[in-house]
Structures are given as C-alpha cells and as structure tokens.
Design a binder for this molecule. Structure first.
Ligand code: PEP
Ligand code: CO
Length: 396
C-alpha cells in the first residue's frame, strides 16, 4: 500500500510537511474519513512526550557507549497492549527489562544501555493488507493506534479516535518511566523507542529547530524493514532528526542501498547517531557481510545490533505464528561471528520479549498450541526464561 500523507493535518511551515508529503509513504492506514483524522490530530495535547534535553542526553550516552564498548539491549512487545492497566503493565515491563539488562551486564562485564519497545509501540506494518476470516477478507490488524485486534470488519476499520486513546496511554507510560528514573540512584534510565511508522501522528510531534528537528514522541525512533526505502518519506523524516535513529535491514537489502542510508542518516559520521538493526533470519544472515562492508566504505560510525526475531517467523503446524528459540540463538551467534570477522563491533541486540509466562516462541521443536499461553497481539515473544536463554548466546 502506498498512500500520500495528508498535507492539511499539520502546520506546513512548522513541519516542512510539503516536502515529506511528496514522497512515497508505505504502510499508512486507509482512514475512512480524512476530515475525522484531521480533527482528531488537531485535538491532541500539544506538549512534548519526550524533551529535547532527554534526547540530547541519550545521544551523548550512545556516543559514550560506542567509545567504551558498551552494549545496547532493545527489548519489549511486538505491539503494546493498551487496553489493560497501562501503568501497572509498564512497571512490570520495566522491572523485567532491568533484570534482562543486569543479566547481560553480569555475563559480559559491559555497560548495557536499555531501550524499551515501549511508550508508543502502537503502529504495525503488515505484509498483507487483508486477512481472510470465515472466507471473507477483513483489514489486517495495524496496532492499537489504528484499529482493534478482534477479527471482525468493524473492529478492523481504522478509527482516528484511537489516536487520542493511544497518545493517552503513551503519557501514562512516560510517567512510569520518569518515576522509575527518579526512584533511586540504582535505577538506570530506560529509554523509549518505537517504530516511527504512522506519519500523520509522528509529524504532529516534530519540532523544528536546534541542530535538527526534535521528534517528541520517543527518544529513539526506528524505521522498519518495510518502510526503509531511501527515497521514501520515513527516511526523509529520520534524516532531519536530532534524535538518534535506527533502521531495520532485512536479507533483501542491497549493500549499496544500506551504504546510501548510512550516508543520508549519518552525514557527519557521528558516533551514536545511527544504528542498523540486522534482521536477516538464521538462514539469511550471510547477507549481512557485504552490507557491513559497503556501509563502512562510506561511514565509520554505525552501531550494529541484531534483531534475531523478525527473520525467523514461521507458522506452527497448528496455525499459530512462532519462532524457534534455536533459530533465534543461531542467528545471534552468526551475527557476532560475521561482525567480528569484518573487524566491527557487535553493539547489542533487539528482542521481542515479555515478562509474562507465555509460550509463543517454540523450544526444542515444541510448538505453541495452548491459546492461554499465547497472548501476543501480533508477533511471538520470548518469555523470561527464553529471554535468558537467548541472552546467554551473547559472547562477552
Ligand atoms: C517489528 O519490529 O515488530 C517489525 C515489524 O519489524 P521489521 O520491520 O523488522 O519487520
Ligand atoms: Co514484531
């Protein structure tokens, strides 16, 4: 799906919207009523969810981490559930992220920077626009900021009223993040990240000025594998940001295209500015080698992290989407080997994981069947024991 973002929804001058709106924007929902969308976007609270100062602080942390050989742990849900107790759920996730960080840090003796897929991981790209339910096609689920997960035509209709609902959930989560940070000297900051996908929403929170535009919805946005074309709107927006940015790269990425992205997104070759998230699949991981070579012919400073989840999704015999922990582990090991062979530093990992005792990823070929332990809104997540098992694949 290619849609053009709507020029009327935000203030042209403030947001340079005109420039972005001429570019192809993949994976935007087909809102039934653009006027209703505009009204809902205009009614959103105007204040920043994250401050420019906190983003600057993260950039300094990332630059320092690069110099000191520290690691990045990016972790959280595929898509956050905002229909439950957002505050309590967020606290539970932060506690889990903190345990995972400690585990990785203890194992490796390295400093670990934690970034959650949290406080805004609400919009999903989909490979199919529709799915078939009871013989009839209905729109795919695109995350709680767009539609509802239940498999009915009505629930899946994109609803602009959801934007305010999702924004309110983000505010609650950010409050928990702030409380967590204030709570004690022992608490390290946990940064927020999400896929910068839904342009109408994100551009509403883009502030001009400073050395670059400030994206006030998240500390650290990433661009997904389906929206990373170099001539697309998502990359054009990312290139203007002062926030650190990440881009997912899949096995079909042309090495020269990755090199082009590095040049566009990190023209000053600054440490900590750009992270590439490799999500190649355990069978496709060799594609990473020529990409790493091509990128480093153009820039020196890129953090390479591994998402060993998204290239390893398969359908279980019973029909549920799953990922085998052995495949995840294998990709993570190969990722580190390839980077080491290329003389580059593996800078960390990106996991879909939950504090809940689910069984969504398969272990030892035991595929998920029990619906009561399969609760993800979209992609299968690691439970805490599986998370530890995967972290243990990281060699110090
Ligand atoms: C995701 O991170 O949930 C996702 C959709 O990833 P990718 O863009 O790598 O497919
Ligand atoms: Co996912």
């Amino acid at each position: 799906m290619t849609a053009r973002a709507d020029p009327d929804v935000i203030d042209f001058e403030e947001l340079e919207w005109e420039r972005f709106s001429r570019l192809p924007a993949e994976q935007q929902p087909e809102w039934p009523d653009r006027e209703e969308l505009r009204t809902n976007l205009r009614a959103l609270p105007k204040h920043d969810l994250v401050t420019r100062e906190s983003v600057d602080e993260l950039r300094r942390e990332l630059a320092g981490l690069d110099a000191a050989g520290g690691l990045i742990l990016q972790i959280g849900d595929c898509v956050e559930d905002i229909d439950g107790e957002v505050s309590a759920d967020t606290r539970k996730k932060l506690f889990f992220f903190e345990r995972a960080r400690e585990h990785l840090s203890d194992r490796t003796g390295r400093d670990v920077l934690t970034v959650g897929r949290i406080a805004g991981q609400y919009a999903k790209p989909r490979s199919q626009e529709h799915e078939t339910v009871g013989g009839a096609p209905i729109p795919s689920y695109r995350g709680p900021i767009v539609n509802a997960p239940w498999p009915t035509e009505q629930a899946r209709r994109p609803s602009p009223a959801r934007i305010a609902y999702a924004h309110a959930a983000a505010q609650v989560s950010y409050q928990v993040l702030a409380d967590h940070r204030r709570a004690g000297a022992g608490n390290r900051p946990i940064w927020a990240s999400h896929e910068m996908l839904l342009l109408d929403y994100e551009l509403r929170f883009l502030r001009r000025g400073g050395p670059g535009n400030h994206l006030a919805t998240t500390h650290w946005p990433w661009i997904g594998a389906r929206t990373n074309r170099i001539d697309g709107a998502h990359i054009a927006v990312a290139a203007t940001l002062n926030n650190p940015v990440s881009v997912k790269l899949g096995p079909a990425t042309a090495p020269e295209e990755a090199a082009g992205l590095a040049a566009v997104l990190n023209p000053g070759d600054e440490p900590g500015r750009l992270t590439f998230i490799a999500r190649m699949g355990h069978r496709g991981i060799d594609a990473l080698r020529p990409i790493v070579r091509a990128v480093h012919r153009r820039v020196e400073h890129v953090n390479w992290i591994s998402d060993p989840m998204h290239g390893n999704t398969v359908k279980a015999a019973g029909g549920l989407k799953t990922r085998h922990v052995e495949h995840i582990a294998a990709e993570l090991r190969s990722f580190q080997e390839i980077l080491a062979e290329e003389g580059r530093r593996p800078a960390g990992l990106h996991l879909e994981a939950t504090p809940d005792d689910v069984y969504e990823c398969a272990e030892d070929s035991r595929e998920p069947e029990d619906r009561t332990r399969y609760r993800t809104l979209l992609d299968p997540r690691l439970n805490p024991e599986q998370t530890t098992r995967v972290l243990d694949q990281w060699s110090a």
